[in-house]
Structure formats: C-alpha cells, structure tokens
Write a protein that binds this ligand. Sequence first.
Ligand SMILES: Cc1ncc(COP(=O)(O)O)c(C=O)c1O
Length: 395
Amino acid sequence: MPDGLTRHLEAELNALREAGTYRTERELEGPQDAEVKVNGREVVMLTSNNYLGLANHPRIRAAAREAVDAWGYGMASVRFICGTDSLHLELEERIADFFEADAAILYTSCWNANEALFATILDDPDAVFSDELNHASIIDGIRLCKARRHRYPHADLEALEKLLDEDESRHRVVVTDGVFSMEGELADLSALLDLCERKRATLVVDDSHATGVLGARGRGTAEEQGVHGRIPITTGTLGKALGGAAGGFVAGPRAVVETLRQRSRPYLFSNALPPMIVAASLAAFDLLDAEPERVARLRENTRWFRDALRERGFDVREGIHPVVPVMVGDTALAIRLSGELFERGIYVSGFGFPVVPKGEARLRCQISAAHTRDELARAVDAIAEVGQSAGVIVA
Ligand SMILES: Cc1ncc(COP(=O)(O)O)c(C=O)c1O
C-alpha cells in the first residue's frame, strides 16, 4: 500500500500526463550522431549539442579506449584524497590556454562548476547580478551563496548599470550565459566588460553553448566578439561541442581557481572526472585545433539551414549560432509538430511555456558540423510540410 507521499507524487505525475507536459525519453539504439537509430530506423538528429560532430568521432572513441587501458576506468575518490592523474593536470592547462586564463579547474559537469563557483568565492558582504534568462545551473549556483542577489532584465545593460549604481557591496559579480540556449542569442560581452570595468564588478561568462562553436578557432563568444582573453572568469562544459560526454570547468585568475580547489564543495566531495573522459576531451581540443574547418562547416551548415527555412516562409530569428529556433507560438502545437516530424524521420524538440515565454513556443533545431546537406535538406522539407499543414508559415 503506497504511503501518503507516494500517492501525492502519483497524483502529480498523473496531472502532468493529463496536461500533456509529461516528458518521455526516446530510446536510442546506437550512438549519438548526425543520424540516430530509434525503433529500428535512422532519423536525423536535430536536437543534440553535438555541434562539432565529435560525440562518436573515431579519434575520440580511440582516445577513450586507450585511456581505459592506460589509466583504468575510475578514480574511486576525489583528487585531493586519492591523487590527480597527469591527464587531469594536462587538461586543466589546456583549458586555461584555450581561454588565455591563468588557470583552470575541472568538475564533472558545468552544472557542478556553476554550483561550485558563486558559493565559494562570494560571501555575505558581496553581491551577484544575474541575467534573468541565465541557465538553471547559474540560478541554482547563486541560490547556494550568501551574497546579495540581483536579477536584471534579459540583456538590459541600462537596468544592470542602475542596479550596480544602487549597490554598495564589497565585491560584485555579474554573470551571463555567453549564448542563451533557447534563442541561440549572444550576450554583448564587449559592452558587459566595459560596464563591469567602469563599475568595479567582475564578469563571469558561462560559455557552454559557444565553446568549440563560435569564433574562427572555436574559442567561444568572446572570440566571436573580439574580446578573447579578456573575460575574467569563464565556466563551460565538455559535454556539448567538445565530445559531448561530461565534464565542466572554471577558467580564470589563479587565486580564483586555487580557492575553488581548496574550498569548493563539488570539487572536495564528489568524484574526479574519469580518465577516459579527460583523455577524450584532450583529443577533442586537438581535433578542434587541427581541423578548424569543422567550426567553419558548422557555421556554413547553420547559415544554409536558416536561409532555407526563411525561403520556405518560416519565422526564423536572425543569428549565427547553430541553435535555430523555429517559432510556432503555441506550446501544444510545438509538441505536436515535434511528434509529426519524428514520424517523418526528423528528431527535433518542441519547447513551450514555462521554458520559454507564453506564446513563443518553438521547435528548437540544433545544427551540427556532421550534418550533410542531404540531411539538412530532408529536415527543411519535413519542417515545411508539417509547418504548412499547421499554418505556421508566415510568408
Ligand atoms: C549555459 C549552460 N550552462 C551549464 C550547462 C550544464 O552543463 P553540463 O551538462 O556540463 O552540466 C548547460 C547545459 O545545458 C548550459 O546550457
């Protein structure tokens, strides 16, 4: 006989089912790639963060396999207790160089990195200013810290300036996503840097969706905007463009990184990143540097896809990022179209309220350097077909 709590949760789950917002997961029968196998058939994957197509790349797979043989499977503890592999140190140095930072520290995810950062470096007399559309991991990371919290309207630098002017805290940190993942929209890092410098604040950028994606060498939003090497503190993930397995990091001044190593709870109390993932991530950085044409192909694929959808009459917002939202308005419609597209061999997610504002539901397409033109063309045809019958084509 279920207890009261279990019955309560069952009722809530049933309510989700009735509201049509219960999430189900599709079962993949093979590797994550430009096309994936589901229910015995191949479908075009248009909704993963596999931006550079490295999630199933032979060199990445080989690096992981070789590392299992050379370094074993797991670390079986945290680094300050059981030791640090040379591989961890090598990857941290690589990440620091990548961002032209003094130092970097690894976590098992960017979620953990964001959870670690604010609570460790800020205290009672300090303040943090966060864009209202920042990622959930930043929001939760800030919740864990004792500093005063301010939320500024999305990308509104005038409002941010006013908040900074009214605040007299000891240390002030402004934090933004480099790329906002529902829109593929870039933060204006140059303007934010300028504001932070004038107002005695430290800028933190979570560049998870731009690392390996933006800038000619894939260095991210800052490189794209001509301010590479100037961001005081960067957080990011190895779980998207750079192989897509797991791992996150903070890169910044040595004192910040050393403080995190001494005091941050996810570093001190949670297992180290497994060596196979560290080795494969190093291979991903090698591939990015050896083949910058991957970044160019991703850019070109994205441009082609956006243009093709616009030619078919869709409302596709301006942008250069491989997140390409196709606006459909209504949440139920976005979910329905996502299902219809899947039937046509295109795997794309529909997002609606509360993840995005009411009336702005969308199909969020994500392009990869691994997509062939044929795969993208099939996706555009299918989106046009279902969009036409649903009346969401604007032209
Ligand atoms: C901006 C941002 N930060 C952090 C994360 C979390 O990254 P990870 O999967 O490494 O925890 C994500 C993932 O969706 C993200 O988009």
